[in-house]
Design a protein around this ligand. Structure first.
Ligand SMILES: Cc1cc2nc3c(=O)[nH]c(=O)nc-3n(C[C@H](O)[C@H](O)[C@H](O)COP(=O)(O)OP(=O)(O)OC[C@H]3O[C@@H](n4cnc5c(N)ncnc54)[C@H](O)[C@@H]3O)c2cc1C
Length: 364
């Protein structure tokens, strides 16, 4: 087996930014590899299989502008009005409720929320079609080598990925991962990279989030609240409670997804007992909403260290040509949501297409 494989462009991260970027570059004729540390695509656009169903424990919904929806659907290669588009993305609700004080009135806010009945990760799976993605490979370091190439060293993160080489050589690299994780990869070549590029990366800050997925007795199915989702502005512990099972076509039991506030997650970020954290969040939910939230049939907990970008940059992607072409992209460029991640992935692809990687030499 070869120790390394060569490409025009390596994209690190198979979240929405990395996937859209890789698709654009591949369609423009470049040889592209996507390296992903986990076993699936979508990144924070994540869905977990739970108790015979699915639950979105990352992105809750898409709230697209018309242009964004059109662009996303174009990218999914589905004509806007075809029945397939219905299956991939459908309107879940046109209002989200807001609770500003415990046991207070819940106030509706108009919002068109689109979801994927198969789970939000299915959007990522669709966008990943025809891409060469190396799963279970974490990029540990990267450094410039001879002939104007980057060399990426990969660590195997789980079984089943052993057939791929442990190094990737590429003319250009897209860091489609949260900025703090990008900085870790750049520790080795730090002296060779433009200080301004590193400075901007270092300015980006993220808030964490703890997510609970909880399943309740099917008997409650007849007795569910009228709302699909509630946000809790300014609450110390809770940020969001969503009736996730209402996104599915034939739910067998009520499943709720509860997301903590940034404050709660920061306080308990390094706790080793996730189940207790989950129970704590359910207690808070029961206090705010209905007592039976305290009595799930089962619960699962996920910790997001880099959940929401608190301090994004005011650029659509971060670029440098020194020592070699390197682009940062993701939700931390130009916003803090799926829409900015998508736009940033497109901007990164556009930038690399313009400076012409591969057979065409460019001035550095
Ligand atoms: C709980 C939660 C709820 C959210 N809800 C919403 C919502 O409702 N609406 C909305 O618009 N946004 C929401 N967001 C934010 C949204 O998920 C992100 O803005 C968006 O998904 C970011 O996409 P991305 O491609 O930039 O990064 P990511 O999705 O984080 O993708 C980065 C990928 O890189 C991989 N990776 C990281 N480091 C390495 C490495 N060293 N080597 C290889 N691979 C690596 C990761 O595994 C990941 O797959 C939510 C986020 C969370 C956590």
């Amino acid at each position: 087996m070869n120790r390394s494989e060569k490409f025009d462009i390596a994209v690190i991260g198979a979240g929405i930014a990395g996937l859209v970027c890789a698709q654009e570059l591949q369609q423009a004729g470049y040889s592209v590899v996507v390296v992903e540390k986990s076993r699936g695509v979508g990144g924070r656009m994540a869905t977990r299989r739970v108790s015979g169903s699915r639950a979105d424990h990352g992105v809750r919904y898409l709230e697209p502008t018309d242009e964004f929806l059109q662009q996303l659907i174009n990218n999914l290669k589905i004509p806007k009005n075809s029945p397939d588009a219905e299956v991939m993305l459908r309107l879940w609700t046109d209002k989200i409720y807001q609770l500003t004080q415990p046991q207070g009135p819940i106030v509706p806010m108009a919002k068109n929320c689109y979801i994927a009945p198969q789970g939000m990760s299915s959007v990522g799976k669709f966008m990943a079609q025809d891409l060469d993605i190396w799963f279970s490979r974490r990029v540990q370091t990267m450094e410039p080598i001879a002939e104007k190439n980057w060399n990426l060293s990969l660590e195997v993160t789980s079984d089943g990925a052993t057939e791929k080489p442990t190094e990737v050589v590429a003319k250009a690299v897209v860091l489609a991962i949260p900025a703090p994780q990008a900085l870790m990869i750049l520790e080795k070549p730090v002296a060779e990279i433009q200080p301004e590029f590193l400075h901007h990366l270092g300015c980006v800050e993220y808030d964490p989030c703890i997510t609970v997925i909880a399943g309740y007795s099917p008997e409650l199915q007849e007795n569910l609240p009228e709302w699909q989702a509630i946000v809790f502005p300014n609450n110390d512990d809770l940020d969001w409670v969503g009736l996730d099972s209402s996104k599915r076509l034939h739910p067998a039991q009520p499943i709720f997804v509860i997301q903590s506030s940034a404050k709660f997650a920061t306080t308990y970020l390094n706790s080793s007992d996730l189940q207790s954290l989950g129970k704590k969040l359910l207690e808070h939910t029961a206090q705010q909403l209905l007592p039976w939230f305290n009595n799930p049939e089962w619960l699962q907990v996920h910790r997001w260290r880099y959940a929401f970008c608190r301090q994004p940059l005011d650029v659509s992607c971060l670029t440098t040509k020194l020592p070699l072409p390197l682009v940062g992209a993701g939700d931390w460029c130009g916003g803090n949501n799926i829409e900015s991640a998508f736009a940033s992935g497109l901007a990164a692809a556009n930038y690399l297409s313009q400076i012409k990687i591969g057979n065409v030499m460019f001035d550095s």
